[in-house]
Design a protein around this ligand. Structure first.
Ligand SMILES: Nc1ncnc2c1ncn2[C@@H]1O[C@H](COP(=O)(O)OP(=O)(O)OP(=O)(O)O)[C@@H](O)[C@H]1O
Ligand SMILES: [Mg+2]
Length: 266
């Protein structure tokens, strides 16, 4: 990786590190990281994606294959590689990615005995984050040590919520975790926003869930909602964000609109 490409740009505003998090599985975390990053890149913002899930859905969503011996976020956490060493360019200008691999599942156990075991990612991001406008971290569907590393390293969190039954299930556990992280690891972390995903305009259920989520989280819910659309589900199998796979699709438009809202929020 040509490091000058990364370092040439120095944003005017301080960078923002955002953990995309919900311990509930399949709510649209990885889809949001892939497509929000691409939409921010299209808005001329420089973005670093950290794939922090052993499932590596964001890595494959960008069509990135890690070659034998190439470092991933696992080696970065283990102190065996720097974050710069693990960076990949993506098909979107200004969007860079640190890949995950299944090895990351082992980190959950291996880190347990380490000093400052929740601080490994924060340490690795130091000096690097300032070269980006946004750092987006794709969290796994759990609240273990990997997720704690993400929260310790982040300024804020973005919570995708699926517009389905039991949408708010588990949210109180997530907020308990946030409070514990604020008390112990990262006092300044806040909720950046709550995003309704897989919204289906044809059903009253989606509207009901949206009301419920807006009542619970108030202004923190983004005005933009992400529609349920097959193009968003298909794009990863082509290794492309939806803005490149199906530019005029509703899902692409929604993520571009979300990027504008994210930029407006600072
Ligand atoms: N708006 C959408 N419309 C249609 N399908 C979607 C949408 N968002 C996500 N999906 C699909 O739903 C599934 C789950 O999405 P995704 O992988 O983004 O969730 P996740 O929260 O990252 O899951 P996990 O908890 O396993 O990491 C995927 O198959 C994805 O393609
Ligand atoms: Mg995921």
């Amino acid at each position: 990786m040509d490091e000058t490409k990364v370092k040439r740009h120095k944003p005017d505003a301080p960078s923002r590190v955002i953990a995309v998090i919900n311990q509930k599985g399949g709510v649209g975390k990885s889809t949001t990281v892939v497509n929000l990053a691409a939409a921010l890149g299209e808005n001329n913002r420089k973005v670093l994606i950290i794939d922090f899930d052993p499932q590596a859905n964001t890595t494959s969503g960008y069509g990135i294959e890690v070659e034998e011996g190439e470092p991933t976020v696992y080696e970065v956490l283990a102190g065996e590689a720097s974050l710069e060493d693990a960076l990949h360019e993506t098909c979107v200008k200004k969007v860079f990615l640190v890949p995950a691999s299944i090895d990351l599942a082992g980190a959950e156990i291996e880190l347990v005995g380490a000093d400052d075991r929740e601080m490994a990612l924060k340490g690795a991001l130091e000096g690097v984050r300032d070269h980006f406008d946004y750092v987006l971290i794709d969290c796994p569907p759990s609240l273990g040590l990997i997720t704690l590393n993400a929260l310790a390293a982040s300024d804020s969190m973005l919570i995708p919520i699926q517009s389905e039954y039991y949408a708010l299930e588990g949210v109180s556990k997530l907020l308990d975790t946030l409070a514990a992280v604020q008390a112990r690891l990262n006092p300044d972390i806040t909720i950046f926003g709550v995003l309704l995903t897989m919204y289906d305009r044809r059903t009253s259920l989606s509207a009901q869930v949206a009301d419920e989520v807006r009542n619970y989280f108030g202004k923190r819910v983004f005005n933009t909602v992400i529609p349920r659309t097959v193009k968003l589900a298909e794009a990863p199998s082509y290794g492309l964000p939806v803005t490149q796979y199906a530019r005029y699709n509703n899902g692409a438009r929604a993520y571009l609109q979300l990027a504008k809202e994210v930029i407006r929020r600072g």
